[in-house]
Design a protein around this ligand. Sequence first.
Ligand SMILES: [Zn+2]
Length: 66
Amino acid sequence: MSTCAATNKDGTPCSNSTAAGSAYCHVHQNAGADTEADEHGFGVMLASALAVILVTHFLLQFILGA
Ligand SMILES: [Zn+2]
């Protein structure tokens, strides 16, 4: 067991022991996973929104321009 590699919100290094098989304690292990999931979800949402806008744009162009 070594010390957690994460940093606390106040800027001090986390002094918790690492969870088994991880560089982070159980607190920061879960926090990191949550952050990654949120960023991924936001990217997918943004890509979906752009796709809908593009499809709508080309459909309108096709209908109005035909
Ligand atoms: Zn930690």
